[in-house]
Structures are given as C-alpha cells and as structure tokens.
Design a protein around this ligand. Sequence first.
Ligand code: GLN
Length: 532
Amino acid sequence: MANTKFIFVTGGVTSSLGKGILAASLAKLIQARGYSVTIQKLDPYLNVDPGTLNPYEHGECFVTDDGAETDLDLGHYERFLNVPTSQANNVTTGRIYQTVINKERKGDYLGKTVQIIPHITDEIKRCIMLLGKRGDYDAVVTEIGGVVGDIESLPFIEAVRQLKWELGGDALCIHLTLVPYLAAAGEIKTKPTQHSVKKLLEIGVQPDILVLRTEHDLNNSIRQKVALFCNVDKNAVFESPDLQSIYEVPLSFYKQGLDEVAMSKLRLPIKRDPDLEAWKDKLNRLYNLKDIVKIAVVGKYVELPDAYKSIHEALNHAGMVNNVKLDIEWVHSEKLNDNNVAEILGDKKAILVAPGFGHRGIDGKIIATRYARENNIPFLGICLGMQCAVIEFARNVLGIADANSSEFCITPNPVIDIMEQQKAITNMGHTMRLGAYPCHIIDQDTNAFRAYGTDTIQERHRHRYEFNNTYLADMEAHGMKAIGRNPESDLVEIVEIKDHKWFVGVQFHPEYKSRFETPHPLFVAFIKAAIS
Ligand code: GLN
C-alpha cells in the first residue's frame, strides 16, 4: 500500500483568509479523483477543546459523532467531504500539553527534562501521523490555525518542519496569504506575502505552494514575481478570489490546477478527472434560485454569523433543495418583546429558535416560540430552542405560570430539568451529554417521521438539561407530543404539536449533519413547510 500523503496548510499576514475552506476544497478535489482524504485542524490555544469557549470568542462549537467539541472548521470539512470527522481531527495546544504533562506525572519520560522541543513537538507530530497510521486515508490535510509569526503557533510550525524533513516527498506545505489592493496607489501589493514567507523560512519551512487571497484578479506578472521572491515554482502560485459561495471554491481551484500541482508534487497518481458533476449541479441550483422566502432565526449571538455557522449552512442547503433563496433575518432574542414581536416576525414564513446556554435572551426566545405556535408558522426549535418550546407550552397552554428550566432558576415546576447523570458534575469541560445517540420516532403520523422516512435515527447532542418526564402526560394531553425518544433512557428527543402546520422541537443538533451534497431531511422539511 502506498504511503499516506500529508498536506499542511499554513496562513500568513492575517487571520480569516479562509484556510479552512482552502483545506476543505483541496481535500474535496483529491477525494473527487478517487482518493480517501481527511482534514485535521490544529488550534494553537490553551483550551483543551473549544467546548468551554464563548461563541463570541471562537464562533460555533462543532460536535462530532464521537462527542468531540471542536472548531467550526470541522463543520466545513464534513460539509465538503461528506464524511464524518472525529476527536482526532481537532487538536489544540491545550490537549497537547495536557497529554505531555499527564505522561510526565506518570513518569513516562524516565527522568528526562520535559521540553517544548522535542516533547511538545513530538506529541504534535504523533497527533498528525495518527490519522495516517491505520491506512484509512490516502491523504491527510492538516490546517494549522493562527498566523505564521504568532508565538503560539511556533511549535506547530516546527512540527511541520520536522515532518517535511522526515517524510520527504510525502509531505508538502501550502501557504495562504493576503495580497492587498491599495486603492490610493491603484496597486496590488505582494510585500506582505514576501514577509510572511520569510517568516516561514526563518523557522525552516519552505512552502511548496502559495495561495494568494485577493479581492482583485492577479495577473501573471504578479504571480511570477511572488514565485521568484518566495522560492516557489511558477506554476505553484494560485489565487483565491472572492466568490459568491464557499461551495464554488473547489471549482475555482480545480480550474487553476491546484489539485494537480499538489498531487504531482506528492507523487499521488492522477487516476482520473475529478467527479464533480453532482457538486456542480448543486452549485448551479444554488446560483439560480429565484423565489425568496423570508425566515427568522432567533438567538442571542446573532451579531456574530460564525456563532450559528452550521445552522446557517443547513438552512441554505435546505433552501437549495426546495428551490428557494432564503432571506434570513437574524433576530436578537434580547431585543424581542411582546410589543414588537408581530412587527419583527409577522412577515416570516418560518421561525427557528437557536440553541444556547444560560438565561440571557430566554424571554425573547419564548415570545418567538409562542408567536410561531399561535400563528401556525412553521417552527423548528433546536436544543435550547426545543426547551423554550416546552416551557412556553407549559406556561401558556397548561397554565403553569412558573414553568421554567432549572438551568435558569429554582422553580417548583422545572419542565426542563438537569439530567440525572449531570447532577454530580463540577468540571465544565467535556462533561455534557455529547455526540451521537439513537432516537426512536414512536409515531409515524408526524412531521419528523415524514421528514426522516425512518423510525430510527442517530443525531448529535450537546446539552445538560432535558424534558422532565413528570410533565409528559399533561403535556401530551394538551397536544404537545414527545414523539422521539432515546430507546435506552426514554429521554425526550423530539416534541411536536400535532395541531399545527409544522411545529418540531429537537433536543439534538440536526445542523451538524447537513452537507452540501446531502442536505438534512429535517431542515428540508422545515423549509418545505415554510413555502407550502
Ligand atoms: N443549555 C441547554 C442545556 O444544556 C441547551 C444546550 C444547547 O442548546 N446546546 O441543556
């Protein structure tokens, strides 16, 4: 069997240039040429995982089947490659140090002085090589978070240097940098790129391929100049322009030959043209949507688009399947009240209440839920969104005025309560109910069953609180049915109001499993209800 190939993606000049999309796009192209590929993200912060990070700090926390709380780039990887990732696909500095320090405490270093080089770098290398080890993948693309020159990414870049040296032709480095356009001078500037490559060279890494992020077309002479000053082959300088959709990026790189150059440098045989027909069809569809449908997403992190990345993508996938372009209004739940709810939500064809933690913004979410229920507007409540639907129903239909979640206050009527297994937990990191669990849809005459077309599903979770089954009989008698349950624990996974056009609350996060080529059935059904 041929050796696994390793592709490192580093970034220069600024953050937010789209390293994740570059990594996902290149991996997609190699996959479309018949190879198995995975993508990994190395994050240079000290949190062991992003699970404890506020979304304002780092955007959405993406959850994998095996319950890893990961960087949102893993969502892009899954949406592009259409294959699941796992804990091994996201490693932080915190995790690396934790492993090394635990080993030191066990005495595994046999009296040696434990140092950043070689012990931290060895552990980084081990985490990178792990994905190639079992022979599952022909290629592993590893995205190094942060920007070259940052103090915190130094050990990662040093690990890349060592691996390039050890693996020889089986590894390559792609450096993504910014080429700014100075309007006053009317010129495209390459100096920041040259400096960024110098920074990499100082650490001993010669990039093999450069990708220049640009808002203006680059001509050949700019590419040649960059190649000459950065020591890179002339045919190995590519551009990454602004495009209408991230899903066009693989096609743009394909046209430029990025995958061919990368594969030939890695001596990965080009067996066939990439099979991108289905992808192109989807993109074509996306670019030709005519009817516009207004919907609302109610959440408390709406100022920050990255906080609801997977929901945003899943909605757009579902719009594409239904042939409609979604005009999504991101409604700040703290700004929603009884006086303005009709004005803000009155023209919306569907309302999604987003997941979240803590009391802030809850009142607005409950008001939005009530508005959707009373006005027969298709409603999807995700995780905390479902919990709000349960609280709202208990208060306004069952008449339990003080119904609440024990996450927010001490109440005699905790219709949402902490899970038994969560009660003794004191550590916050990686202690929620996480990852994939089965759910059994017990009633086939439901919107959920019609959407999934099957009664046994697997979805991903991230929560500590649950529907309190003490109230189940009363809730069901009044019309809110718990139609999805975990087969072992009986935990309520899906609630529906039957006497409503489409009202579904889910304790899990369907958004994590929606992909560009296989949009999520529940989102598809939700948008279908919005337009029917
Ligand atoms: N805060 C709620 C819980 O912990 C919901 C979590 C979420 O929306 N992901 O159960």
